[in-house]
Design a protein around this ligand. Structure first.
Ligand code: MG
Length: 458
């Protein structure tokens, strides 16, 4: 962070607390955001991190100094705060969260008046104000006020219930185990599920910003406790959230953990059964599974660059009602076009209730792919040239170059080759109908990339 006049990364501002992201910096960032948003009423809330209240107060200072009034919502899931901005017709918002990053990190997200994070062009304007120190401080009698805003979690839960068949879900008396990552999912999801008539068991549901139980990223290797609890208790479903509860990863009744592509494809299938012809928005890094489902159920897939904010903005621009990412982000437009872990959980329960099937059998009915990944070191200054050369070599193939290059082959295998945004690396993601083929694709393209890089070095 703070390199080359850049504050924002792919998901807001992130940094190590009190090293990169200090209270002084947070005041200046708050002042830049307030100057950019030009007064109005802004929502401020935060996740469960130890540093969140401290940074939130600093940001509020900056906002007030530039004449913005703040409605202070306190600790809440990111999607609940995003919903509150829309529901209360506010002019925007600021969320203090580092999502899935380790506990020593924190971050700042800026929301527009629709609850969606601001677009890159708007971030650049905030960055320019910040680096040029063009803060629009107001006179003493124009300083913004701070009021508490209560009840946003109840409103959020109520809104989600409006998008599913509550009576049908409740009639099934599902037993659901929630792994809240010791963070804000615990404030909303158990309440939602109880109101959906579920029996709820929680693990890691005590709020603790040190994340003592597991890292806040819901990767399969962090979810062993959830999987074994679901199995041991004979529960119907398990669900794990990331640190700010916008992503959810599901565990079936057998204790098997499923990565986000699969649960998104399931939601997509049932959405398209009821809404044929709709557009489905997904980053190019998603599985071909997502396209298979769109093709089979009369949907139209729209690939985007990688990044949840890009998916949200694309959905808004196209009026699309569904989006999804492989990491467990599901965007349900009729509720709000942003990732929402609690909404995703309600949708999955709705599908189980509607079909009367267990999650394992619902997912077993989807096309299967094997995924293999790889990396190749590549100096920063060569990245662009390497991509150009690689694209030249793929002439005649079925490719998409929206973010790196993705190549689809006739046997349904594919590979995505993307320069890392943060490290001197190229990342490769291959997918195929057999593990051997996926592995071979990765190996072939590692060789191809190395050859190109070496030829450019001489
Ligand atoms: Mg998150």
């Amino acid at each position: 962070m703070l390199s080359q006049r850049r504050l924002f990364g792919t998901n807001g501002i992130r940094g190590l607390v009190n090293k990169e992201l200090t209270p002084e910096l947070a005041i200046a960032i708050g002042s830049a955001i307030g100057t950019y948003l030009h007064c109005g009423d802004l929502l401020v809330g935060y996740d469960a991190r130890t540093s969140s209240p401290m940074l939130a107060k600093a940001v509020v200072s900056g906002l007030n100094a530039t004449g913005c009034s703040v409605l202070f919502a306190g600790m809440a899931p990111t999607p609940a705060l995003q919903y509150a901005v829309k529901k209360h017709r506010l002019d925007g918002g600021v969320i203090i969260t580092a999502s899935h990053n380790p506990p020593e990190y924190n971050g700042i997200k800026v929301l527009w008046n629709d609850g969606i994070e601001i677009a890159r062009e708007q971030e650049i304007e905030v960055e320019n104000i910040f680096f040029d120190k063009k803060f629009r401080y107001v006179e003493w009698d124009k300083i913004g006020s701070v009021k508490d805003l209560t009840g946003i979690i109840e409103e959020y839960v109520e809104a989600i219930k409006g998008h599913v068949d509550v009576a049908k879900i409740a009639s099934k008396h599902y037993h659901v185990v929630i792994d809240a990552a010791n963070s804000v999912a615990a404030l909303a999801v158990p309440k939602l599920l109880r109101e959906l008539g579920c029996r709820v068991t929680t693990i890691n549901a005590n709020i603790d910003g040190t994340f003592p139980a597991r890292p806040p990223e819901p990767r399969p290797e962090n979810l062993g406790d959830l999987a074994s609890t679901v199995k041991a208790m004979g529960a119907d479903l398990g669900v794990a959230f990331d640190g700010d509860a916008d992503r959810s990863i599901f565990v079936d009744e057998k204790g098997e953990i499923h990565w986000g592509d699969k649960t998104f494809a399931l939601v997509e299938k049932h959405f398209l059964l009821q809404n044929p012809g709709e557009k489905i928005v997904s980053p190019i890094s998603s599985s071909t599974l997502v396209k298979d489902i769109a093709d089979a159920y009369c949907g139209e897939i729209v690939w985007t660059k990688v990044g949840s904010v890009i998916v949200s903005h694309t959905m808004k621009k196209l009026g699309a009602k569904l989006g999804g990412e492989e990491n467990g982000g599901i965007f349900y437009g009729p509720h709000q076009p942003v990732r929402d872990g609690a909404m995703a959980t309600a949708l999955i329960l709705g599908i189980m209730a509607e079909t009367g099937k267990k999650l394992s059998s619902l997912l077993a009915g989807l096309p299967k792919y094997f995924i293999e990944k790889g990396t190749v070191e590549c100096p920063e200054q060569l990245k662009e040239k390497v991509l150009e050369r690689l694209i030249e070599q793929t002439r005649g193939l079925n490719i998409n170059t929206i973010d790196g290059v993705k190549i689809w082959f006739e046997d349904k295998s594919s590979i995505l080759v993307r320069p890392s945004g943060t490290e001197p690396l190229y990342r490769l993601y291959a997918e195929a109908k057999t593990r051997r083929k996926a592995l071979r694709l990765v190996q072939d393209f590692i060789l191809k990339l190395k050859r190109i890089i070496n030829s450019l070095k001489v």
